[in-house]
Ligand binder design. Structure first.
Ligand SMILES: Cc1cc2nc3c(=O)[nH]c(=O)nc-3n(C[C@H](O)[C@H](O)[C@H](O)COP(=O)(O)O)c2cc1C
Length: 391
């Protein structure tokens, strides 16, 4: 069973990610993992932190001689900013006069809820773990999940469909166009429509100028996924439910949509459901669709079409022109604390969501095909593909 979790504070020494259950013999492409981390750090509207961090995945265990060995994998991501925080956030007691308090909770952050829950007098420790710096650790292990999926011919990527009010509307971007975005050297807003991307940039510029922030929507697409991952048999094994939880678990994601879920709710059934055709030479088993409003999932099971999952991000909570708050110590009204911040993170959130989708699909793949070695997994997979072809 594929299991994973992460540890680490935003301004601590490092983040650590653990991934257990990867079959032995999977070739690990270090450059690919680092490129994934680089992609998460891109995007127009990022703050100063991204100029400090240059993430690399330092693999500590579970990989030897360039391949996985079936043992738990741990990956360390150094926080370059740690050198500036060693006195204010030490592991040992340290000098309390050097600690950096978060004196007033920032609306939209975990600050107040976390301080009340853990009985902290201020929000430093809350911020440290609730921060989306943690998503870098997910991207590192998500990269390994992508390598596993790639061995089966499955690819996972994302693109941005809106920032603030600028959007590509309901245009469906074909897989090939999404795939070309991956090779861009300059991230901008990871949008496949140049006109919309320019309008998105203007939205970010406006937020930068006014001390405000913007949210938006990304879409993760998983390509070449065979039918049969997930099941309707039990509520917590439905692929749509698993993907929704995985993507919703990312910081600032406030809604998740599968396929055309949101517009579908206001449309007649005839305009929504994807009619079925048949052409022996096409798809996994010859069944075809003219459109993919279902986003590749029906009844909680992948149906062989591209899986499309959208994540809706609220605008960034930290504002250069802060909102009203209350001082933790005095309870007097004050402006919320400000700490260096991004203004727009939609492309980066999309990359982090790719990792969550890849980890979820990898878990489903391993549940269906099993295998302690990648050879065994691929043999079982290939037998299933034969079954589909002969259906
Ligand atoms: C990649 C990424 C980067 C983020 N960077 C920031 C940031 O610089 N400043 C900020 O206030 N929020 C940032 N956020 C969002 C917060 O982490 C998030 O809103 C906050 O932790 C509260 O959690 P919630 O929005 O899920 O309720 C980022 C989110 C993501 C996905």
């Amino acid at each position: 069973m594929l299991r994973y979790f992460t540890a680490g504070e935003s301004h601590g020494e490092a983040l650590v990610a653990f991934l257990s259950g990867v079959p032995a013999g999977l070739k690990v492409d270090q450059a690919f993992l680092d490129r994934e981390l680089w992609r998460r750090q891109q995007g127009y509207g990022r703050g100063g932190r991204m100029k400090i961090e240059r993430d690399t995945a330092h693999i500590l265990s579970g990989v030897r001689h360039g391949v996985t060995i079936g043992s738990p994998i741990s990956i360390l991501l150094e926080n370059k900013d740690w050198k500036n925080w060693q006195e204010s956030l030490p592991v040992e007691e340290g000098d309390p006069t050097k600690h950096k308090r978060v004196a007033s909770p920032r609306p939209g952050h975990a600050d107040l809820a976390g301080a009340l829950k853990y009985n902290f007098p201020e929000a430093r420790y809350v911020l440290e773990r609730a921060s989306a710096r943690e998503s870098a650790a997910r991207v590192a292990i998500g990269g390994l999940a992508k390598l596993l999926l790639r061995a089966l011919g499955i690819e996972v990527l994302s693109h941005v469909t809106s920032v603030g009010t600028a959007s590509i509307a309901n245009k469906e971007i074909p897989w090939d166009e999404i795939a070309t975005l991956r090779n861009r050297e300059e991230g901008l807003l990871n949008c496949a429509d140049a006109g919309a991307e320019q309008r998105m940039k203007e939205e970010v510029d406006h937020a930068l100028k006014t001390g405000d922030s913007v949210g938006g929507v990304f879409e993760v697409v998983a390509h070449n996924v065979p039918p049969g991952l997930g099941t309707y048999a039990q509520w917590d094994e439905r692929l749509d439910a698993l993907l929704a939880a995985a993507v919703m678990s990312l910081q600032a994601v406030k809604a998740v949509e599968i396929g055309a879920g949101i517009t579908a709710a206001a449309s007649p059934g005839s305009a929504v459901h994807d009619e079925i055709g048949y052409k022996k030479t096409e798809s996994f088993a010859g069944f075809t669709r003219r459109r993919n409003n279902a986003g590749g999932i029906e009844g909680g099971v992948s149906n062989g079409e591209d899986i499309r999952v959208r994540g809706y991000l609220k605008p960034i909570s930290t504002l250069r022109r802060p909102l009203e708050s209350v001082d933790f110590a005095t309870r007097e009204p004050v402006k919320a604390a400000y700490e260096r911040s991004d203004v727009c993170v939609v492309p980066a959130a999309g990359v982090a969501a790719e990792a969550m989708v890849a980890l979820t699909l990898a878990r489903c793949v391993l549940e269906k095909f099993g295998g302690d070695s990648i050879g065994e997994t691929l043999r079982n997979f290939s037998g299933y593909l034969d079954q589909l072809r002969q259906y």
